[in-house]
Write a protein that binds this ligand. Sequence first.
Ligand code: B3K
Ligand code: ZN
Length: 885
Amino acid sequence: MADTTPGTVYLKDYQPSAYLINRTELYFHLHEDHVIVSSRIHLLRIGSLAHNTSLTLNGEEMELLSVSVDGRELEEHEYSVSAESLVIHAVPEQCVLACKTRIRPQENTSLSGLYQSRSLFCTQCEAEGFRRITYYIDRPDVMSVFTVTVEGERERYPVLLSNGNLIEAQQLAGGRHRTVWHDPFPKPAYLFALVAGNLEHIEDRFTTMNDREVTLRIYVEKKDIDKCGHAMRSLQQSMRWDEEVYGREYDLDIFNIVAVDDFNMGAMENKSLNIFNTSCVLCSPQITTDLGFHRVQSIVAHEYFHNWSGNRVTCRDWFQLSLKEGFTVFRDSQFSADMGSSTVKRVEDVTLLRAVQFAEDAGPMSHPVRPESFIEINNFYTATVYEKGAEVVRMIHTLLGVERFRRGSDLYFERHDGQAVTCEDFVLAMEDASGVNLKQFRNWYSQAGTPQLTVQDEYDETAQCYTLHVEQSCPATPGQSEKRPFVIPLAIGLLGEAGNLPLRQRGAPTDLDTSDNTHTVLTVDQPKQSFVFEGVTERPVPSLLRGFSAPVRLQYDYSSQDLCALMRRDGDGFVRWDSAQTLVTRIIFEVEQQFLSGTPRLLDPLLIEACGDLLCDDSLDPAMVAEMLRLPGEDYLAEQASQSGGANVDSIHHARDWVRSALGKSLAPLFLARYQGLESRQPYAPEATQIADRSLRNMCLAYLVSASLDNLALASAQYREATNLTDRQAALKEIAFYGDHTLRDSTLENFHQEWRHEALVVNQWLQLQAAIPDSEGLSRVQSLMAHADFDLGNPNKVRALVGGFVNQNLINFHHLDGSGYRFLGDVVVKLNRLNPQLASRLLTPLTKWRRYTDRGELMRAELERLAAEPALSPDVFEIVSKSLQ
Ligand code: B3K
Ligand code: ZN
């Protein structure tokens, strides 16, 4: 274990800061092997809160050169410095504290604070990185107006950026220059940013709804300057959308985005100076897949939306992280839905939620959307805080309806502009503006775990009465054995022979205005409840949890025929997709049982028929058909299996493969016809119709290859002729997974030769190989770790290769000899020192050890080995120790 066990921080211990910082002035002298930071912070004590006159400033990994108060340099006995803080023993009520520190960004491999990415200086301060730049009260409720001077060598760092407006630029002696930036909006230190380097930019404009002109710039390395157009258009679309849908206008004259290669996450919403991972900005048909184009659009939007939900109104403390993240994910998913197909977007979001968040909530790291404690806050940028947090906001939106929700968000922004607030403040604004009581709804913020809805029904033919009996429950999670009932909006319809039936719910007010009387939202807020519908002329199939109206597991005993009926005819696109998923999941598990018991495997003809119909129906959106044909991932299947016993990685893998191949064989002529019919001669564009066609076509290719290896010829031809990465990569995947050695190796080599100059494409090449499920899986990854194009210091590469292996190559990662676990353990030990945030994220698959009855012990043993490592970072320590509890 760590030499000193890291401590836990509790929400219940929150105390406001005894000091405010009205103004912050920073001066950065950039040098080749260090940076000198001079700060002047204007402090004001809040009398009623101060117990004494001492002041503690956060600060890590820096050398204090001098400290003064109101111009008088302090003597050594007047302060004390530790590895984490600077304590000034007596500070006047109001004063200017000046510090001079030396930091070494060149040696900062954790990518938190000020660091170097290639030849660039850049920052990442959320959550607690600013304290690695200078001594400060580094907490989100201390908000200050920043003026920042950046000074460096002109040749090496022609571009010097920080937040806000450029107020001065000056040439200096000795080949140096400096810029001065002023941000008029008070902000917490986590939104501070600085960039210095040799960058080019593209520029465009945006005219706001009140006719203010905003200059938009995207800064990248010169070689990438032709790959910024899509991000720029996405930014403009986001700015317009936020005005139209939320009435939010941009508030400064300039908005900058900078792309950097080495970055721990996707992007960061620093005020007016967003810093992005190159993988989330750069786009071109040759280096970006259709999925990548979408990802860039949604991340650009997400970071832009933070300007209001996050920056203008920020979090009081880090326990409130979902206040900005859940809300902003909800906003960006609404935006993406509006920009493309809303059903496809919903399917993608739910797939992620079920595979990642449900698993998190069922494991040792399960925590509420508003956690109550943490050891390392960076471990709480989770699917629960982000994705489940977004679902919680979505449910408020459903319960209030579009107009009242908008009144609520207007009130929230107006009431709290310039403040650091809590999730409670958000809910209160929603209640105050709408008059809807959300008292019980708040359980979603405080209780962890995925609720389960169990639905049974009854049909009384004589009375033409149909009843749904609904029960809710929620499993125990760490520290919470008993749960109070949630408020669950349950959107439903009833499917009859000729389509959805009109609904007349007993006791519910009849709403004359509703245009669609076949759809309603039931409010489930008790442990057991019944809902009665009258005038139901035939026994219906219930269409439940339409649009995935709540983040719950649904249990209803559908027959396979019911599922097929919903798949074909329900009025809700999400339910059509979900019914296909449920059916195919059930069939994969049946095949798995046949496989384990040695009985002959049979594919349910119902599935063949339903999929055949999907392929033949030209009136359907090809993107939806592709989604409905997509088999659930192995990780999701393992999660499902663990809910009812335990998961067996190998038999799940084989059953899933067998189903795909059997389906491919049964419907080969249809897959081929669709594959051929969807070929396009148009020049590539990342627009909806083309994307939909490509996704179905590539889905057909995958089924064709799994039906017969002869179809690899189609893949090879597609690989050669592809005009874009989407088609090229889809073909490469089939060849890499199923081709013989010669074909696979030569094609992978050819791809590398052609694209080796594009780091982002090389990463995709690494990721694809990491997932090859053959017997050489691990040794391939180990040799790639020694490849010249791999670099343990670059998170994108680590995520592609190591993350690709542990998350997407389940049969190799879970090899019964334990080699996959040992491999991950070794990488985590190395990264624990270099980049603890990245190390702890990679560990996620090991935390699921309880899922696997047959090899859980091996996984646990690897966690034990890690626990015994000396000097574990708080990041890794927290995940390892909580997983073992
Ligand atoms: N707010 C940042 C995430 C920061 C993560 C720090 N470990 C990006 C985002 O969610 O927009
Ligand atoms: Zn965010």
